[in-house]
Ligand binder design. Structure first.
Ligand code: ZN
Ligand code: ZN
Length: 356
């Protein structure tokens, strides 16, 4: 299909629901690149966007949802660079100003002009105030936002651009503490991000990986992904984890939950000079005080999404077979049902929409 109308899942009013509408096929101008979408991931961030009230997010309506996108380059604007027509790509989802030092280093997730962009309600990325990939076609603002996907399956590639990249970036934040021989790392929450973090840790570090979740089936998933030990969160978990670290405590904790109970456990199991990365936004808080509950030398980070060079590495790990995403696939025409299923908590793995 080179002409005619195409479909897109558009958020047209705050509080949703989004609507699958027809739109004219876009023609790329300037640096823009038009891609044919092969798969688009749907995650809880989308629910957060759909459910937002007027003024909650710095976005203008309407826009097409979809921040986890894989596809094939169809056509490029006259000034576009990067992958050529016919190449398969993953879209790097966080879009910054493209010109500050952060963006120049590929870290558009930490664009230094974010506050200005938010004040102007420019949007934070694909499907986040800007047109995303829950559609047949997607217009990407610049070739700099595309990473070659090789022959990786689109259904695997799409969720890697958020869940895989966020997990990898969180591991990067704690990596210095994992260089010591015998270092242990605790992964709190083995869901969409956590199951990938366990795989990244096994593929890129020699650390002992200890996983914690509140669901039995998540412990099985952790073991499948290569965790050395997995346990339910309950009284005594901190002591059990400490025993596993030879009594020293963990060199690093990756908290994908961020709730009061997960952060409480994180503080209890961290060793002196350890790294705590808080990824989940579950409403928990840590008091930073000297002296206080946090061991001396603790470094805390709040990783958000990831950088474009890291997405290259993540795709490379998946192409080698080191990263496998658990997915449940839906047709794009069933997007509204997929959203309902995700909301009800009855999907297993990451939801991926495929144009039908
Ligand atoms: Zn996502
Ligand atoms: Zn920037």
């Amino acid at each position: 299909m080179s002409t005619g109308r195409t479909r897109a899942l558009r958020l047209t009013r705050w509080g949703g629901p989004p609507i699958l509408t027809e739109a004219a096929r876009a023609v790329p101008t300037g640096e823009e690149v038009l891609i044919r979408v092969e798969a688009a991931g749907l995650c809880r961030s989308d629910l957060h966007v759909i459910d937002a009230g007027q003024g909650d997010l710095p976005y203008r309506l309407p826009f097409t949802l979809g921040h986890e996108v894989a596809g094939r380059v169809m056509e490029r604007g006259p000034a576009a660079s990067g992958p050529a027509p016919g190449e398969r790509v993953v879209v790097y989802g966080p879009w910054g100003c493209g010109r500050c030092a952060g963006c120049a280093a590929g870290a558009e997730n930490y664009c230094h002009r974010r506050a200005t962009l938010d004040a102007d309600r420019v949007g934070t990325g694909a499907g986040l105030g800007r047109d995303g990939g829950m559609a047949d076609l997607m217009l990407v603002p610049s070739g700099r936002l595309l990473v070659p996907a090789g022959d990786l399956s689109a259904v695997q590639a799409a969720p890697l651009s958020d869940a895989g990249l966020t997990a990898y970036h969180a591991v990067s934040a704690v990596r210095p503490a994992l260089r010591d021989a015998g270092a242990s790392v605790v992964v709190l929450g083995v869901g969409g991000l956590g199951h990938l973090a366990v795989q990244v840790l096994r593929a890129t570090t020699g650390a002992q990986v200890l996983a914690v979740d509140v669901r039995e089936e998540a412990l099985e998933l952790a073991a499948e992904c290569g965790a050395h030990y997995a346990t339910l969160l309950r009284p005594g978990t901190a002591a059990a984890l400490r025993t596993r670290t030879g009594g020293f405590g963990a060199a690093a904790v990756l908290d994908f939950v961020g709730s009061p109970s997960s952060l409480g456990l994180a503080v209890e199991v961290l060793r002196a000079g350890g790294e705590l990365a808080v990824v989940g936004s579950g409403g928990g808080a840590v008091t930073v005080r000297k002296p206080g509950a946090l061991p001396p030398g603790t470094r805390i980070s709040l990783p958000f999404w990831g950088t474009r060079p890291e997405l290259d590495v993540v795709v490379g790990l998946a192409l080698k077979g080191s990263l496998k995403v658990h997915v449940e696939q839906f047709a794009l025409s069933d997007a509204v049902e997929a959203i309902t299923r995700l909301r009800s908590g009855t999907v297993r793995g990451r939801v991926v929409l495929v144009p039908d």
